[in-house]
Design a binder for this molecule. Structure first.
Ligand code: PEP
Length: 280
């Protein structure tokens, strides 16, 4: 059970939403923006399910230089237009370079600011201190910092301090699993038991990314996707945000199709999370 008197107030407001250690926001969406049809189908499904946040990858940090690198700034105008059309308030979007933040800023202004954007810093860039300082130097856009996949938790929390020390007080910390052979067959060793730990050690809201942690659509003997079990565990542990990959046609996804949930799975996924949240 929770000790209510021990709750600590912190966090921030963005686009009319409260992000703190008590709130819970679902950022379901595309790992990588591919085409307007898929983005529109995705956003339509979110709206139909009452969701107003999404994840959309335009700048993709790929292991293989010959793999699809994301559409970059060219897709921003239509992505933001569609976000506005479907009532999306906040888009989580990874940036791998400071200039991407400026491109997003410009595209949002050109589109008439239909939505807000959270600047996502990926696990490959957790200790990219110059990127952290650049995102830390502004407070217009909140930051979502992924934990580093191969460094200690404390080192990742120190990286978050770079954002804060430069002046950005709108920071969310994201658990996304650790690279480890011991975690296999999962893509990464799922680390959602550390949700309460990060909340205890810091004042940041804590996000979980079950898609990049589990990395597959494998089904447990009870008929539930292991990815959904992991999500429920993280929500039950008090997660404040869930970043999760969906795709209208996972086999056609240009990045990480094998871990994407289908649009038909959105409603049952949300129902499961509601149960986990009630049990928190
Ligand atoms: C992502 O969320 O799209 C991503 C690349 O995640 P990570 O940085 O955790 O690998």
């Amino acid at each position: 059970g929770r000790h209510k008197d021990q709750q600590r107030s912190s966090g921030f407001h963005y686009q009319g939403l409260s992000f703190d250690q008590e709130s819970l926001h679902i950022f379901a969406g595309l790992c990588a923006v591919d085409n307007p049809k898929h983005v529109e189908e995705m956003l339509k499904a979110l709206q139909a399910n009452g969701l107003s946040c999404t994840r959309m990858g335009a700048y993709k940090p790929r292991t293989n230089p010959y793999a699809f690198q994301g559409h970059g700034k060219s897709c921003l105008p239509w992505v933001f237009d569609l976000a506005g059309k479907y009532g999306i308030k906040v888009v989580a979007m990874e940036v791998t370079h400071e200039s991407h933040m400026q491109e997003i800023d410009q595209a949002l202004a050109d589109a008439g600011k239909p939505c807000g954007v959270i600047m996502q810093i990926g696990t490959r860039n957790t200790q990219n201190f110059e990127l952290l300082k650049a995102i830390g130097r502004q407070n217009t856009y909140p930051a979502l910092l992924k934990r580093g996949f191969g460094i200690t938790l404390n080192e990742s929390l120190n990286a978050a301090e770079y954002l804060a020390s430069e002046g950005n007080n709108q920071v969310i910390f994201c658990l996304r699993g650790m690279k480890s052979e011991f975690g296999a067959p999962h893509r990464n060793m799922v680390d959602f038991a550390q949700v309460p730990t990060v909340k205890r050690l810091t004042r940041m809201p804590v996000c979980i990314d079950p898609s990049h942690s589990v990395g597959s659509r494998d089904v447990a003997p009870d008929g539930v996707l292991e990815l959904c079990h992991a999500t429920a565990q993280g929500v039950l542990a008090g997660a404040n945000m869930v970043l999760v990959d969906f795709h209208p046609a996972p086999t056609k996804a240009l990045v990480d199709g094998p871990q994407a949930l289908t649009l038909n799975e959105l409603e049952p996924f949300l129902k499961d999370m509601e149960i986990a949240r009630k049990a928190y």
